[in-house]
Design a protein around this ligand. Structure first.
Ligand SMILES: [Zn+2]
Length: 259
């Protein structure tokens, strides 16, 4: 693929992945309420898919590119490690400046408080869609069509429960189902923006490829460790959360090895 084809593929594939968010958001018309247990289980499943996508579709290709770029496995590994930390730290810095509520758990409060909290939750999901888009975009590094498509499918799949969680949360504070679904759909549109940026980065300079892949991996790992795991383990559903995460991981691993 030419550089411009990589950019187009990154954009289109990340846009398609955001359709998972849209489909999940529309689910609010059918599923109007999620129990805490359902929510913890679904978001952990999403985290497991994200986790395996980080390893198999971002870090493994990053290590491969870096080892050949730097002609040493050790130097390659160090570069990928540095890129991973850079991605995680960048997300951490963004989290410091953007007000957001962690995924599920939050302090109890009055109706106004709850309304504010739900909006912060929507912001959190929207924010985390950016590194996901980035991941899909950089997945096409080096014209790797299969890797990019696998990422898009995995990310699209795990967007489904996330979109549903957003829309159901909005419905619970009094928005209509239509409006809740619409906002859920919009939260996913951050993804093609990330996809475009990621694909543009990897197609502008080959030296950036392992770095961009590692950066996206670090950003994803930060979200999983900082948000999803603690929040889904906070309500007494730890065992469920652990095993749905593992199931998500296995699903993505199988997707990655079979495509
Ligand atoms: Zn996610």
């Amino acid at each position: 693929m030419s550089a411009s084809e990589v950019i187009w593929m990154g954009f289109i594939a990340s846009f398609c992945a955001s359709l998972g968010t849209a489909a999940g958001s529309l689910g609010v018309f059918a599923i109007r309420r999620l129990s805490r247990q359902m929510e913890d289980g679904l978001l952990s499943l999403a985290a497991g898919i994200m986790l395996a996508a980080t390893f198999f579709s971002l870090l493994l290709p990053a290590l491969e590119y870096a080892s050949s770029d730097y002609q040493s496995d050790t130097l390659g590994g160090l570069a990928v490690g540095a890129g991973t930390l850079l991605g995680a730290f960048t997300l951490f810095a963004i989290h410091q400046y953007v007000p957001h509520e962690h995924f599920i758990s939050g302090r109890e409060g009055g109706d106004n408080y709850k309304l504010g909290r739900i909006w912060l939750f929507v912001t959190a999901i929207t924010l985390h869609n950016f590194p996901e888009g980035l991941a899909v975009g950089v997945g096409f590094a080096g014209g790797e069509l299969e890797n990019g498509l696998t990422l898009a499918i995995g990310i699209g799949l795990q967007n489904f429960p996330e979109g549903l969680a957003v829309a159901v949360a909005l419905l619970s504070v009094g928005y209509s189902a239509g409006k809740s679904a619409m906002i859920g759909i919009l939260s996913g549109l951050v993804e093609p923006v990330g996809g475009l940026i990621g694909a543009a980065a990897v197609s502008s300079a080959a030296v950036l490829m392992p770095w961009a892949l590692a950066f996206a991996a670090g950003a994803m790992l930060f979200v999983i460790s900082d948000e999803i795991i603690p929040e889904t383990h906070n309500n007494g559903n730890q065992n469920l959360a652990t095993f749905t995460l593992l199931i998500g991981f296995v699903i993505m691993m199988l997707l990655d090895t079979s495509l």
